[in-house]
Design a protein around this ligand. Structure first.
Ligand SMILES: Cc1cc2nc3c(=O)[nH]c(=O)nc-3n(C[C@H](O)[C@H](O)[C@H](O)COP(=O)(O)OP(=O)(O)OC[C@H]3O[C@@H](n4cnc5c(N)ncnc54)[C@H](O)[C@@H]3O)c2cc1C
Length: 373
């Protein structure tokens, strides 16, 4: 008999929905196109003994006790708080920029160069920080990341920036708990899906006719691909990654992530994975492992990372969403299905909320539409 729910995608969204439905006695089958579980949070063990994420570093943080309890069902977490620095004129400086750095370079009192309602990223940044800081730390990084001039990018991209009133080096001091799963995210997802049938190497879109379900299809891949790109392709940015093992170097960087805002350096950041291990474990690793990330415009869906934050793409997404809302057989969700960036805790909370609706609502799917917007 077909399962009640067919879940396409084993990332955090698909795995959370599958787990929640299975916990409530519902039958679920998960399909995953890649040969491994976990989607964008998947990791792998390098032969030198270090766990590294396949798609960039993933720092788990949340202020929700319920979300923390949920992930701790499937993984033991060790405490870890990300510390990031930016290389400016050859020196690694705190990111977000330390208050003492601003005092030293710009002076104790400065006033924003831009006032009023910002209409683009550059104006939003200049409303937050002195121009010298923007030019040294932000402009080059942002323009490399998005491949567009900062004045052509949306103002609300700036909402993730923080200008510090102190020298606290922690990246996200406002979150109540932060950590990393001791055995990695792939293992955590495997535990989440324990007891649930999963088919790897299975691209649903190429094999639609083979699968049946009794209640609902939950699709967590790209929404445009689900409709065969009928209205055009949504744009993404991604990163080319190059990983190098240095057998004779104990430590290469002062912290786990060093950003490279200079416009003439092609990559935007370097990750040194050993910094994410407990000190005693890091000590036992010979050499060190580095990954550099260089932004690009991906064409293969497995390389899609950041939805492109501009008006034409937002409008195109809305047209796809309208198509999805008409079909009561399918719920298209997750970072690719909703074409928006979710931190991991947000992706889990969103998925739990959708699963609760699935369990309590007599569909049709347009009932989900408000939750998706
Ligand atoms: C570079 C980067 C760094 C990040 N760092 C952090 C961080 O430090 N902290 C944090 O909280 N969050 C971070 N995130 C966010 C985090 O990755 C997401 O919250 C999370 O991946 C969302 O999971 P998802 O299931 O919605 O999407 P995905 O993980 O993309 O899962 C979708 C799954 O669907 C599968 N799929 C797609 N199409 C098909 C198909 N046709 N058939 C079968 N399977 C299909 C895919 O293979 C994939 O496994 C980061 C994101 C990026 C891009």
């Amino acid at each position: 008999m077909p399962p009640e729910f067919l879940i396409v995608g084993s990332g955090l969204t698909g795995a959370t929905i599958a787990r929640t439905l299975a916990d409530n006695g519902r039958s679920v089958l998960v399909l995953e196109r890649r040969p491994f579980l976990g989607g964008n949070v998947a990791d792998t063990l390098h032969p030198c003994g270090v766990h590294m994420s396949r798609y960039g570093p993933h720092y788990f943080r949340t202020s929700s006790s319920a979300t923390w309890a949920f992930v701790n069902r499937f993984a033991a977490f060790r405490p870890f708080e990300a510390v990031v620095q930016s290389r400016v004129r050859g020196r690694c400086e705190n990111w977000p920029v330390a208050a003492s750095y601003i005092r030293r370079t710009v002076g104790a009192s400065w006033s924003p160069e831009f006032r009023g309602a910002p209409t683009n990223f550059e104006e939003a940044a200049l409303a937050l920080m002195p121009r010298a800081i923007y030019e040294d730390f932000v402009r080059g990084y942002t323009e490399k990341q998005w491949g567009r001039p900062a004045h052509a990018l949306a103002a609300d991209l700036c909402r993730r920036f923080d200008v510090r009133a102190d020298d606290n080096p922690r990246l996200t001091p406002d979150r109540r708990v932060q950590g990393l799963p001791s055995r990695g995210y792939s293992d955590m997802i495997e535990q989440m899906l324990a007891g649930i049938p999963v088919r790897l190497n299975c691209d649903f879109l190429r094999r639609r006719d083979e699968f049946r379900w009794r209640e609902l299809l939950v699709f967590t891949g790209p929404i445009d691909a689900f409709f065969d790109n009928a209205l055009g392709r949504l744009a993404y940015r991604g990163q080319h990654r190059a990983t190098t093992y240095l057998p004779d170097t104990r430590w290469a960087l002062p912290c786990g992530q060093v950003n490279e805002p200079a416009a003439d350096v092609p990559h935007i950041r370097t990750i040194e994975w050993k910094h994410m291990l407990p000190a005693a474990e890091a000590d036992r690793i010979a050499g060190t492992l580095l990954t550099t990330e260089c932004p690009c415009t991906p064409t293969a869906p497995d390389d899609y990372e950041y939805p492109f934050p501009d008006e034409p793409n937002r409008r195109l997404y809305e047209r796809y969403r309208a198509l999805a809302d008409r079909d009561s057989n399918v719920l298209i969700c997750g970072r690719l299905g909703e074409y928006r960036y979710y931190d991991m805790d947000q992706a889990i909370e969103r998925a739990q909320s959708l699963a609760r609706q699935i369990l309590t609502t007599e569909r049709p799917a347009h009932e989900f539409a408000d939750a998706i917007r």
